[in-house]
Design a binder for this molecule. Structure first.
Ligand code: XMP
Length: 518
């Protein structure tokens, strides 16, 4: 078993980020709600605890608190913001409302030598409304800032630490090193959570789960399903059979790329189902966005079930669920939103299908999924490609969907993304929280306008270019692309793509717009 650190979630928007940061220094971390059952948490035999921030006030009745088993474990604890305040309350110190909420950059100065925070000063990110009035017994102040006399505290005997600032955010440049000192030096956790170790661990779990049974995987060309398939193939080889549904809504050359990545590179048994006609029939005359998604979802399920039958109806099915999905679905309160689009029902399978699920990415963050994909020999273009929605080009081909309009869109999209790649603005390796261009594509609008080409009047459709910068896809800004590049793209599209005589640029952020047009 890998050494592990437990992150207890007190409701901060950054709890997931803390977990990711620990993994970035190659120590396995798992996140649990603060009140998760002790047995469940201790089953991991952790080396230490990190208590996250949170929206509550630690002194209020009913506020989340540090569970007894954590304090009784004798293991090191790092409390961040609310976590620090919760330790304070638990051990007899005092927390009170600060006169004013402190939010934004600050500078802390170390006043006591300690193993967590280096000597001197460092910039940090603060975000808190409460503050410490007095520390519990056994603690001493480690660092101060202009507004926080207790910017950091520690009990160096028991290895308990509290920081008022957020080491996990990018605005605290020394934060990752601080987290590393806590998990490696103070907790003594081995830094062995590498792609190689992840693969070894997953291979063992997959083999134990499926034994000698056959396993089915649906690949779409997306990162998660591709890496999941490659990982399961590494574990059980020919027991795995892949099905790739060509729904006619793929990007240029996508079918070939998927074919070559799996059949040639990984030598996996893969059945490509040409279902283009089924999808075109289902979409014929459908232009309402939600109706399109439903039609695609229904057709996919029918085609996939048929394909499963034709390869002998394996008992197990691989799903590319990743750790953030697992965390989100276990914290329902945070996601009570309205349905904006029926995303997750599309391209997915109904829950009552008679498969047992194999979820090899269940504990991995996206950046780990990519690192594993590369380590398994998947091509960089596939591992680092931008997200592509389950309903594919259908949601970018506004209005009626015909083979001809899809071909138009596909060509325009290839020109736009090709130019972005050539300019180094899209594709290639990027850090998970890099706010650079995360997604860029063309949209075909069912709007005709007048143009002139040579001496001829044209009356044709328009292409909209959409490029967004985001690191979480929940909010996004439109990307400021170089004018010369935009000029080249527009020029090439109207010259090279029949049926298009106008190119426009989408300059709305999300919200209020969404990233996709439908
Ligand atoms: P929106 O358009 O809601 O998209 O801002 C946010 C992100 O989700 C992707 N997206 C989908 N992904 N199935 C998917 O797997 C879908 O039906 C779907 N719809 C949108 C979108 O490309 C963007 O990355």
């Amino acid at each position: 078993m890998n050494d592990s650190i437990i992150v207890l979630d007190f409701g901060s928007q950054y709890s997931q980020l803390i977990t990711r940061r620990v993994r970035e220094v190659q120590v396995y971390a798992e996140m649990f709600p603060w009140d998760a059952p002790a047995e469940q948490v201790l089953a991991l035999q952790p080396k230490g605890f990190i208590l996250s921030g949170g929206p509550n006030s630690a002194y209020e009745p009913g506020a989340p608190y540090v569970p007894d088993y954590v304090l009784q474990s004798g293991l090191p604890i790092l409390g961040i913001c609310y976590g620090m305040q919760a330790i304070t309350v638990a051990l007899g110190g005092k927390v009170a409302p600060a006169g004013e909420r402190e939010y934004g950059p600050a500078e802390i100065t170390t006043i006591q030598a300690n193993p967590l925070i280096p000597p001197g000063s460092m910039p940090v990110w603060m975000s808190h409304g409460d503050r410490l009035e007095s520390m519990p017994q056994g603690f001493e102040r480690l660092a101060v800032s202009a507004n926080s006399p207790y910017a950091a505290m520690g009990d160096l005997q028991r290895n308990y630490f509290g920081v008022q600032f957020h080491p996990e955010v990018r605005h605290t440049p020394g934060g990752l090193a601080l987290i590393q000192r806590f998990v490696s030096d103070i907790c003594g956790a081995q830094a062995n959570w590498t792609p190689g170790a992840i693969i070894e661990d997953s291979v063992a779990r997959i083999r134990a789960q499926v034994g000698s049974e056959r396993v089915l995987v649906g690949v779409s060309g997306g990162v998660d399903s591709s890496v999941a398939a490659a990982l399961v193939h590494r574990a059980i080889g020919d027991q795995l059979v892949a099905v790739f549904v060509d729904n006619g809504l793929l990007r240029k050359d996508e079918r070939l790329q998927v074919d070559s990545a799996f059949r040639k590179n990984i030598k996996m048994e893969m059945h490509t189902v040409d279902a283009v006609e089924d999808f075109m029939d289902a979409l014929s005359g459908v232009s309402d966005p939600e109706a399109k998604r439903r039609a695609i979802g229904r057709t996919f399920i029918r085609v996939f079930e048929q394909a499963a039958l034709s390869v002998g109806q394996p008992r197990f099915l691989v799903q590319g669920t990743i750790y953030p999905d697992v965390i989100e679905s276990s914290a329902p309160d945070r996601n009570k939103g309205h349905k904006i689009k029926s995303h997750h029902n599309v391209g997915g399978l109904p829950e009552d299908l008679s498969f047992s699920l194999v979820e090899p990415l269940r504990y991995l963050f996206k950046d780990e999924v990519r690192a594993v994909g590369e380590a398994l020999g998947l091509p960089v273009e596939l591992v680092w490609r931008q997200p592509f929605p389950g309903p594919g080009l259908a949601v970018r081909c506004l209005g009626d969907i015909t083979m001809e309009r899809l071909a138009t869109l596909r060509s325009a999209d290839a020109i736009f993304t090709g130019e972005l790649h050539a300019a180094g603005l899209l594709g290639g390796r990027r850090k998970a929280d890099d706010p650079g261009i995360a997604q860029a594509f063309a949209v075909l609008l069912p709007v005709r306008s007048v143009g002139v080409m040579g001496d001829l009047r044209t009356y044709q459709e328009a292409i909209a270019l959409r490029a967004v910068a985001t690191d979480d896809f929940m909010t996004a800004d439109w990307a400021r692309l170089p004018y010369d590049l935009l000029a080249r793209v527009a020029n090439r599209i109207v010259n090279e793509v029949p049926g298009v005589n106008r190119v426009v640029l989408d300059i709305t952020s999300k919200p209020p717009a969404t990233i996709e047009w439908e």
